[in-house]
Write a protein that binds this ligand. Structure first.
Ligand SMILES: [Zn+2]
Length: 259
């Protein structure tokens, strides 16, 4: 995509089109701090795998390697999407706190996660994932679909279709780290459609919980199973997925040593 520059010379905010002057974390700062603390000695700096297969270590939650630079304007990154960020932080904290039992559950009960405010906060959580996917698409150099903008700019939206989410337990990541401290991102896939806008699929990982993003991609049934979410739900059934069933319990140390 050739980014048209705004009148101010900054690239436009992908949500509203105003000049983008605000960075967004790739891995949310709160996810990093709750799982790893604020100061990381060199041997504990996390590995991040780049798109070309090489890896780097990032030095802290605010490291430049962990930022999408100038992708949003301040009003969109702060006021507009703040409730979405807060719902996500609440969800992420719950996922980490329940790492000992999440693997044995068949569903996520959002009443347990959010209490009585689950009808509002489940939609805000979905909107956080919309923001996250949009930033990833822009970072890949593609044009974010207009429906993603519409979802984020429509007050009190109750249905995020054609954006859908499914949740699943990744049994391999559970064997690697049952304490649930892993954070990760999957591969962004663009699904060309000759008659309409392209669809996208992606995933984010919190511990061993996979959050699958499906933008205008519909499966019958969806891969790995689980309930499809586009609006407020009290609970969703979880998918289960084991990408390496014959791999018993690799450790991250072992992975690092082999590089
Ligand atoms: Zn904006």
């Amino acid at each position: 995509m050739s980014d048209p520059l705004s009148a101010s010379g900054s690239p436009p905010c992908w949500i509203c089109g105003d000049p983008a002057d605000s960075d967004e974390h790739k891995f949310k700062r709160s996810d990093m701090v709750t799982r790893y603390g604020t100061n990381w000695p060199p041997v504990q700096q996390p590995f991040v795998f780049r798109g070309d297969g090489r890896w780097i270590r990032i030095q802290g939650p605010n490291s430049g390697q962990n930022l999408y630079r100038d992708m949003l304007c301040k009003p969109c990154n702060n006021a507009r999407t703040k409730p979405f960020d807060l719902a996500y932080e609440r969800f992420s904290t719950w996922v980490l706190a329940n790492a000992a039992t999440l693997c044995d559950r068949t569903e996520i009960d959002f009443g347990e996660v959010f209490g009585d405010s689950y009808p509002e906060e489940t939609i805000q959580l979905l909107c956080y994932f919309v923001k996250s996917l949009g930033c990833r698409i822009v970072d890949a150099g593609a044009e974010p679909p207009s429906a993603l903008r519409r979802i984020l700019t429509t007050p009190n939206i109750i249905d995020t279709t054609p954006f859908r989410v499914t949740f699943g337990i990744n049994d391999f990541w559970h064997r690697v780290d049952p304490s649930g401290h892993i954070v990760g991102k999957g591969e962004l896939i663009r699904w060309p459609d000759s008659s309409a806008e392209a669809g996208f699929s992606w995933s984010e990982t919190l511990g061993y919980l996979e959050i699958y993003h499906w933008y205008d991609v519909v499966w019958h049934p969806f891969p790995y199973g689980g309930d499809v979410m586009t609006g407020p739900l009290r609970s969703v059934r979880l998918a289960h997925y084991d990408p390496f069933p014959s791999e018993p319990a690799a450790t991250m140390a072992g992975v690092a040593d082999s590089l």
